[in-house]
Write a protein that binds this ligand. Structure first.
Ligand code: NAP
Length: 216
């Protein structure tokens, strides 16, 4: 079993997922261009939680989490180093959110419905195995959320079956039901779930929901 997680990104998503991995017994290295941002997290994380550059986090991780601003994702992966990503599962939590303001609570994306951010990243870094996950729920609910016994659904996709198995195992531990939507192109549908998820937040200040796929 892979127990070393490298996280590219230092924001709230990175830190919440890092804490989740530590809680479930993994070792974690969070990467940033400026590790001073992570001193507070490091002080609370214990010996299994360390910090470093994007490249150091990517090299450390047997599995990698990508949790940076969507528009910077490609640049961050370049800084992480293509050889450090080769053959590894990359859990892609990013969303292609544009800088323009939301319209009536609907976020603007810099991608279109025929090409998602994850497809762009998979094309640029063909040696890595991207799996979309954690992009369409707010960070407070990412790890073992309490929906009174009901497991919410995490929609995932990616080209590599084994990478998706690794992500499903993590999602099982993090209290999610996994719905595999197929290959990388499905990110065209999964990334915009973030827009849908954010609307109640922007228009009604409701930020605690999660999606559940019902089946007959
Ligand atoms: N916030 C949520 O609840 C939530 C939920 C689901 C998905 N997401 C998605 O998860 C991702 C991370 O979100 P977040 O709120 O934790 O953080 P964020 O503020 O979107 O991103 C912060 C990270 O982006 C990196 N970054 C910014 N500009 C960069 C550049 N020019 N080159 C390289 N790296 C750059 C920063 O690197 P440094 O550390 O080097 O400064 C930092 O690590 C986003 O794509 C977001 O859409 C967020």
């Amino acid at each position: 079993m892979k127990t070393k997680i490298g996280i590219i990104g230092s924001g709230v998503v990175s830190q919440v997922l890092a804490d989740g991995f530590l809680k479930h017994g993994y070792e974690v290295k969070i990467g940033s261009r400026d590790t001073s941002k992570l001193n507070e997290w490091k002080n609370k994380a214990g010996e299994k939680g360390t910090i470093g550059s994007f490249a150091e986090a990517a090299s450390f991780g047997e599995i990698i989490v990508l949790a940076v601003k969507g528009s910077a994702a490609s640049e961050a992966l370049k800084l992480a180093g293509e050889t450090n990503l080769k053959g590894k599962t990359i859990i892609d939590a990013t969303n292609p959110i544009d800088n323009k303001a939301p319209e009536n609570g609907v976020l603007k994306f810099f991608t279109n419905l025929d090409e998602s951010l994850m497809e762009q990243l998979q094309m640029k870094f063909p040696g890595a195995n991207f799996v979309k996950a954690f992009n369409s729920v707010g960070n407070p609910m990412m790890v073992n959320p309490d929906y009174k016994g009901i497991k919410p659904t995490m929609f995932i996709c990616g080209n590599d079956e084994n990478a998706k198995k690794e992500v499903k195992h993590i999602l099982d531990q993090f209290g999610w039901e996994t719905e595999d939507m197929g290959k990388v192109e499905a990110a065209r549908a999964i990334e915009p779930l973030c827009m849908l998820w954010c609307i109640p937040g922007f228009i009604k200040n409701e930020w605690t929901h999660a999606f559940k796929l019902l089946k007959m």
